[in-house]
Design a protein around this ligand. Structure first.
Ligand code: ATP
Length: 635
């Protein structure tokens, strides 16, 4: 399974396209529930407009047979045929003009409502998905490509709108059209209707084949589009472009993009051609069938000259018949559309169904930041990043090393015990990969321990409301993330209701005030994407000011390594000293000065604590710390 948790497997693809299940249908319907009255109105409008569609073809019959060439006026001979009955013609023509006008007017209202419902459902789903993603655990984001997430939020949810505006209304309108047309055809002539139905199986078979091919290509296109988005996102981000430039891999990236892009074009051409063949099938049938109708009419009329099929009936019938092919063909296509639309819903639901993993326990308590003292304790904490293998599977191959050894290697943190008193400074030291960062992830519940517990003021963090946990813990990482907006807004992220005075005080405490006021627009200067227009040290000091504003009781700090120059580093150090004042602080210490003044130095190695104590004490004991000290700090 590797680092990819089994909960975040690749999304639904062509090869694992699932059948539409009842529960999906129920959930899709539920997304429409808030708009049920509008949906009902749309349905009614569709039934009325599609039903009205048979009126004019039927009017043709009476116009021809009664008004234009009506036998009732047979005495007046108009060049060999009966003369028109003008009063009747006026009435019929009036109806034939009124019907399309009424249909169009209802159609406009229907389009408005359908779009409204479609866009609202899309808006709701997008909001739900985004909110759900906000609470997904860090584990999800470390194992899922950003492009993939964006594609679900943009393409899949976007696709859902088409389902409503196009697919759903097409299904209903086609259904009503087919039924009403068939009834009208039967009413006009049973033998001609039977002829039309006789041709249908061939038509249905051809269209179904085209539909299947279309669905397959559509799914592949969707996947390729997602891949292309992911590549773009990965490689054209600031970090991505930096990487490709610094490794001189632009050519490789261009080729990779080119390959996917070529694939996309190929698929799109196939998609267009398949669409075209659909119209070819419909078009052919459309043209051939009237000829066959005339043939059968000829046979019928020569067989029963006393009861002939009249002109009007023939013209009306062929008009009706032409109304049949497109809806039937499109119904078959639509059935595949419905399937792919449900697949889109499924992809959205798949994300919505993912477990948040880290959630408020039902009896979780809300701690008020003011009352928190900041006593932190890890009790025999055991943690690993990968989910344990499914039950029943052995953790390690049976012939691996002895069981205790094999099990030990599974844990990133293995039985960590730490107790930090309120206001103390705890320095985490140890070689790379020892688990220092992982410990700092456990306190704010970015991950939960699998065994043991993490406690704040005696409360297991799993029993503290996540919101209040977020309020009492502040984090400053080496990699500072700033939003592409003004300095003010970036700072206010720490305390949205902070006033100007608080903002200024925080900036001063973080040693960044003078630099901010020097900037052309001061606090209103917009920082570049991810704050790239600011120096590393400045960004860090802004991040520190942000946390100072937040004023958390517990602080987690990843000290900057050598990325800063000495002067900038001193500025940051001063800012940090102000920040740490009076707060329980965990620091991943890279600097001797920090380590020396720490109340507790926690020496980690391969996920376990090797030593805990003060600087002098640990040096004297001559253990791991003194070895690290001479290696890391004493050089
Ligand atoms: P460094 O000083 O290099 O940052 P560290 O002591 O902070 O190291 P951690 O980042 O806590 O070490 O990592 C501990 C172990 O967990 C390492 O072996 C690392 O590869 C692994 N690890 C870290 N993050 C993840 C992750 N998201 N998924 C799986 N394994 C991870």
């Amino acid at each position: 399974m590797g680092r990819h948790g089994r909960f975040y497997a690749a999304p639904a693809r062509e090869e694992d396209a699932r059948p539409i299940t009842r529960s999906t249908i129920r959930r899709v319907l539920a997304t429409f529930a808030p708009y049920r009255s509008k949906v009902a109105l749309v349905g009614l409008a569709i039934v009325v407009t599609s039903g009205l569609g048979v009126v004019n073809p039927l009017m043709i019959v009476v116009v021809f047979n009664k008004a234009l060439f009506g036998s009732s006026l047979g005495s007046n001979d108009c060049g060999g045929v009966a003369c028109p009955n003008l009063p009747l013609l006026y009435r019929y023509v009036g109806i034939m003009i009124a019907v399309p006008i009424v249909t169009s007017v209802i159609g406009i209202g229907q389009t408005y409502l359908t779009n409204l419902v479609g866009l609202r459902v899309m808006q709701d789903l997008r909001n739900r998905l985004y909110s759900h993603l906000q609470f997904m655990p860090l584990r999800f984001f470390t194992t899922t490509r950003t492009g993939e997430i964006q594609s679900r939020l943009a393409n899949d949810v976007g696709g859902v709108q088409t389902v409503v505006t196009d697919t759903m209304s097409t299904v209903l309108s086609n259904f009503v059209t087919i039924v009403s047309t068939l009834v009208a055809m039967l009413f006009l002539s049973v033998p001609l209707t039977l002829l039309s139905l006789f041709l249908m199986p061939l038509f249905v078979w051809l269209t179904a084949k085209v539909g299947k091919a279309r669905r397959q290509v559509a799914t592949s296109t969707q996947k390729t589009l997602a891949d292309l988005t992911a590549i773009t996102e990965e490689t054209l981000s600031v970090s991505g472009i930096l990487l490709s430039k610094s490794f001189g891999r632009q050519r490789y990236e261009i080729d990779r993009f080119g390959g996917e892009n070529r694939r996309l074009t190929g698929l799109q051409i196939r998609q267009t051609m398949i669409g075209r063949s659909f119209f070819a099938v419909v078009g052919t049938f459309f043209s051939i069938t009237p000829a066959l109708v005339y043939l059968v009419a000829g046979w019928v009329n020569s067989g029963h000259p006393a009861k002939p099929i009249l002109y009007g009936t023939l013209v009306g019938f062929t008009t009706l018949q032409s109304r049949l092919f497109f809806p039937i063909g499109s119904m078959l296509q639509v059935s595949t559309d419905v399937q792919s639309s449900f697949a889109l819903f499924d992809r959205v639901f798949e994300y919505l169904d993912m477990d948040h993993e880290i959630e408020d326990a039902p009896d979780a308590v809300a701690l008020s930041p003011a009352s928190v003292r900041g006593h932190v304790r890890l009790r025999a904490a055991r943690f690993r990043y990968d989910e344990p293998p499914p039950e029943g599977l052995p953790v390690s191959p049976p012939d691996a090393t002895s069981p205790p050894e094999a099990e030990r290697r599974e844990w990133t943190l293995d039985g960590v015990d730490i107790e930090i008193q309120p206001g103390q400074l705890a320095a985490l030291v140890g070689p790379s990969g020892a688990g220092k960062t992982t410990i700092t992830y456990l306190v704010p519940r970015l991950y939960d321990v699998q065994e043991g517990a993490v406690e704040i003021d005696g409360h297991d963090v799993r029993n503290i409301r996540l919101q209040s946990l977020g309020d009492i813990i502040g984090v400053v990482t080496q990699e500072t993330y700033l939003f592409h907006t003004t300095i003010r807004r970036n700072l206010l992220y720490g305390k949205p209701d902070a006033d100007e005075r608080e903002l200024e005080a925080a900036a001063r405490a973080a040693n960044i005030y003078d630099r901010i006021v020097e900037l052309p627009e001061g606090f209103d200067t917009i920082v570049g994407e991810r704050g790239y227009k600011l120096s590393g040290g400045e960004k860090q000091r802004l991040a520190i000011a942000r946390v100072i504003l937040k004023d958390p009781r517990i602080l987690i700090l990843d000290e900057a390594t050598s990325s800063l120059d000495t002067e900038s580093e001193m500025e940051v150090q001063k800012a940090l000293a102000n920040l740490m004042e009076g707060r329980t602080t965990f620091v991943i210490a890279h600097r001797l000065s920090t380590v020396r003044k720490a109340d507790r130095i926690i020496v980690l190695s391969s996920g376990s604590i090797k030593e805990i104590g003060g600087h002098e004490e640990l040096l004297e004991s001559g253990g791991e710390y003194s070895r690290l000290y001479s290696l890391q700090f004493n050089g």
